[in-house]
Design a protein around this ligand. Structure first.
Ligand SMILES: [Cu+2]
Length: 154
């Protein structure tokens, strides 16, 4: 009996240029580019943290959710001004149109780590799993390692 070697379904690593904040790691699965990922360090006792990054997918996919071993749940939030007050609202899913950069950034769409299990310490990393859907029922989880940086959120 012959055993056929099945090759992967075309996913390959993309080279990600590392800019100023640099330490972002390319996420190989699904060809998703993760650019400038960072998480601000938190104070002891702080319950929530945030992750900022830019995502670019080579194909249309939906980001259905995010998981982490450092916090539960991890939510995606949008921010908007309402009566001079910044409000955060949970976003159930985020579209990643092919080739377009979708930014999670301070003051905008962001990743919120709630019920932090331990403080986010500068120099360490926080690990995320991005749950992507390319078509109904076709899901893939993409691991991302996010450097924790001692930098105020502007
Ligand atoms: Cu938030």
């Amino acid at each position: 009996m012959r055993i056929h070697k099945i090759s992967g379904n075309g996913s390959r690593c993309m080279l990600v240029l590392l800019f100023a904040l640099g330490a972002s790691l390319p996420a190989c699965a699904a060809g998703l580019e993760v650019i400038h990922a960072w998480a601000p360090a938190t104070m002891p006792g702080q319950q929530v943290g945030a992750v900022y990054m830019q995502l670019r997918s080579p194909a249309d996919v939906k980001l259905l959710g995010i998981e982490s071993d450092a916090a539960n749940p991890v939510q995606m939030h949008s921010m908007s001004m309402q009566n001079d007050v910044m409000r955060m609202r949970q976003v159930p899913e985020v579209d990643l149109p092919a080739g377009k950069i979708v930014a999670f950034s301070p003051g905008g769409l962001h990743v919120m780590l709630t019920n932090l299990k331990r403080p986010l310490k500068a120099g360490e990393s926080v690990h995320l799993k991005l749950l992507l859907e390319s078509a109904p029922g076709r899901r893939q989880s993409v691991p991302v390692s996010v450097p924790i940086i001692n930098r105020p959120v502007d």
